[in-house]
Design a protein around this ligand. Sequence first.
Ligand SMILES: Nc1nc2c(ncn2[C@@H]2O[C@H](COP(=O)(O)OP(=O)(O)O)[C@@H](O)[C@H]2O)c(=O)[nH]1
Ligand SMILES: [Mg+2]
Length: 318
Amino acid sequence: MLSGSRYALARLISTVENRSTDILQLMERIYGHVRGIPTLGITGPPGAGKSTFVDRLIARYRQEGKRVAVIAVDPSSPFSGGAILGDRIRMQSHALDAGVFIRSLGSRGHFGGLTMSTSEVVKLFDAAGFDVVLIETVGVGQTEFSVMEVADTVIVILVPESGDTIQTMKAGLLEVADLFVVNKADREGADKIQAELRNMLHLKPATDGWQIPVVLTVASRGQGIDEAFDQIQAHQAWLAASAETRRAEIRRRDFQAIVLEEVGSRILRVIDLPEGPVAELQTRVRDGGLNPYSAALSLFREPARLSQLVSAAFLEPS
Ligand SMILES: Nc1nc2c(ncn2[C@@H]2O[C@H](COP(=O)(O)OP(=O)(O)O)[C@@H](O)[C@H]2O)c(=O)[nH]1
Ligand SMILES: [Mg+2]
């Protein structure tokens, strides 16, 4: 992968997506090659034009000679495909371009798994020499929000039909956006929603001097893409001023997330074993003889048994 093989890159992404047991060793080797390339999150309601916008943005970055990786995240799907198939088709103009790599990720496994995988796939793209990663999420649920934490510039795409900007606030989009795009500006009401958003943003104190822009686009015709691109660049430049603090914070969060994820998923793998250290507790809970809270509390009050469980979880996988 480090010497440029797309095949190797695709294989490593699958390794990460399948949560194989050797991910930590893999990522340990990759990490020294990770530079911290711009990572953009694109979110918003279904049908807003996210994929069309991403397609245009890819073209814009290609004009600059940048190599672009795209991750299309669909938390509702355990497999790549489904809703994403249409997105792939919309980005097909780049299918034969060696400077573009498009990959979809679905939700396999457990809590936090998708955000973790997304963050690791971004690092793979980075180490493989790509210059920018675009993450498109389908929909606006809780998982999509945590996936957006992986991005350093979050673009929220709305359409005039989203109408009510109050809905936007309710959905929590105001909190995550670094940049608003009102797409389908060829339709009635785009100016109105732009004005409403700007009003709302004025009420919100600017974070350290970044005033969240609201850009109008017609992605299907390529209109407004240059302006959106310029605002993305401006946000990246603004981020650069605090790059060291941000990177330190990201490293701290990465460490915590890796530990949590690894401990959690390993314990899940052994907790059900019939010979395991909590087998008896588990049986009593299942049969209704013991309250699950009491069972958990008794385990936590007995450090010896808790460490037996943790040790079992960290024995080399058979
Ligand atoms: N009228 C209009 N249609 C658009 C625009 N941008 C995208 N579309 C169309 O909206 C539909 C949904 O677009 P898509 O990119 O798949 O949305 P996504 O679900 O947010 O990824 C497609 O039929 C696009 O061709 C636009 O600016 N104006
Ligand atoms: Mg899409």
